[in-house]
Design a protein around this ligand. Structure first.
Ligand code: CMC
Length: 433
């Protein structure tokens, strides 16, 4: 097989002939070969484990340049959004494709605030689960169950229903996540408070009790808002691709997002934020010296990874980790335990950035390397970190799900395979085997 490129097509030469394949060029000059007619024209399929070279769609939500360390939501650089925007404004931007006017934003905030409670009957679902359940198991169960409580919002092709479901998911996710924590403690669920903004309301539901006044620390609410902004979207990552894949069968938005929460849970994806802090905690307790630990990481037979390092797309700094590292430096003087973890993390980063193993593989800190240290500073328990990632990623998941449903190229997601199993053989009855 041979590939030759002209300005807007690519010529594929294969054993039985030639095929002109269209070239697609994105708005940032990314190039893709459109192989949608490949099998019907040639009888061949492509194989691409882990989809390393495969674009699943054309998308206008997020631009990511892994070589340059660039991330933009709807064209806006993540650094500008982190500095000037809020999570709810970013959420509006992702869902609607543009920044809201003041009036539109006020309306959006009002709507979110008026959908933060969960149905009283839904609280009984928590009681059915063990108290020590992982919050991601709880969140995925509760989010999936929303489809049973909002039967009038489950038609994927009814725009009003989808918008109603989207609003409820963004509004209720903090409540759902905070209740998973309260349930684990055996404390009463705290109702959302409309006078608080989105991040402060979450912290209140997490840490207030009915017995005493609880004042949210505005700095901590601001840090949480920033974390949510930085996690709000990341184009076709594992959980977003899962949300799209599940939605492509015409499953409703609640079911699709619930599947995305499960995909996010894994330690190679969102679960890395919990794994990073567990790794740093172990080092803080002296399980290994940093040198011993790095040697273990580099020796493949140990199967140990430096969690929070490396990325499928970034072959340079993850811009989110740069922002987070700076914020760690600014806020951690107030949080003793986190300071020690920050020191260890910076030490590991310094070693890794000079070490041939990491340099040659282009492994840099990703978003999860410093985020957990900040969650620790906010007083969030370690097993809740990935649930906070899910809270942040919610608008991104929904934006992609919606985009997929209006894409003229919409199709159910259904990859093919190359079968390498047994050839046809005849059944032998059990007594003769
Ligand atoms: N520590 C040690 N070695 C690593 C690491 C790491 N964190 N990441 C990659 N490598 C090595 C890997 O062993 C392989 O080496 P070799 O070429 O000798 O076989 C090489 O680097 C390429 O790695 P890969 O696993 O083929 O790369 P990938 O693109 O398939 O995986 C990744 C990307 C993020 C899963 C991986 O870098 C990783 O496991 N990182 C640690 C987990 C983590 O931090 N995940 C969060 C990702 S960012 C946020 C998110 O997606 O939620």
């Amino acid at each position: 097989m041979d590939l030759g490129m002209t300005s807007n097509t690519v010529k594929l030469c294969y054993d039985h002939g030639e095929l002109e394949l269209p070239l697609i060029v994105g708005s940032e000059d990314e190039k893709a070969i459109d192989i949608s007619k490949l099998r019907s024209a040639t009888g061949h399929i492509t194989i691409d484990p882990g989809y390393v070279n495969t674009g699943s769609c054309q998308s206008a939500v997020t631009f990511l340049d892994g070589e340059a360390g660039v991330l933009r939501y709807r064209g806006y650089p993540i650094e500008q959004l982190a500095e000037h925007s809020s999570f709810l404004e970013v959420s509006y931007l992702l869902l609607h494709g543009r920044l809201p006017s003041e009036k539109e934003f006020d309306r959006y905030v009002y709507e979110i605030k008026h959908h933060t409670m969960i149905h009283e009957d839904l609280k009984r679902l928590y009681q059915a689960l063990p108290k020590d359940s992982h919050p991601m198991a709880v969140c995925s169960a509760v989010v999936g169950t929303l489809g049973a409580f909002y039967k009038e919002l489950v038609d994927p092709r009814d725009v009003a229903q989808v918008d109603g479901a989207a609003l409820r998911l963004v509004a209720k996710m903090p409540t759902i996540a905070a209740y998973s924590y309260k349930y684990s403690l055996g404390q009463p669920f705290m109702y959302p408070v409309d006078s608080l903004d989105y991040p402060a309301n979450f912290l209140h539901m997490m840490f207030a009790t009915p017995c005493e006044e609880y004042a949210v620390d505005p700095l901590m609410a601001k840090v949480l808002d920033l974390l949510l902004i930085l996690h709000a979207d990341h184009e076709q990552n594992c959980s977003t691709s899962t949300v799209r894949m599940v939605g492509s069968s015409m499953a409703n938005l609640f079911a699709s997002v619930s599947a995305g929460i499960n995909a996010l849970w894994g330690s190679l994806h969102g679960g890395a934020n919990q794994a990073v802090v567990e790794m740093l905690d172990a080092l803080a307790k002296g399980a290994d010296t940093p040198e011993e630990f790095m040697n273990k990481v580099k020796d493949k037979k140990n199967n140990v990874r430096l969690m929070g390092f490396g990325h499928r797309v970034y072959k340079n700094f993850d811009p989110r980790s740069r922002v987070l590292k700076k914020v760690c430096g600014e806020v951690l003087s107030r949080a003793e335990g986190s300071c020690r973890l920050f020191e260890i993390a910076q030490g590991l980063e310094e070693v890794a950035l000079k070490d041939e193993y990491f340099v040659s593989r282009k492994l840099y800190p990703n978003v999860d390397f410093y985020s957990g240290i900040l969650y620790r500073a906010l007083g969030i328990p370690t097993n809740m970190y990935t649930a906070l990632f899910a809270m942040g990623r919610m608008p991104g998941w929904i934006a992609h799900w919606k985009e997929m449903h209006v894409d003229p190229a919409f199709k159910i997601g259904r990859p093919r395979q190359v079968y390498v199993g047994e050839k046809k053989r005849d059944y032998v009855s059990i007594s003769l085997r």
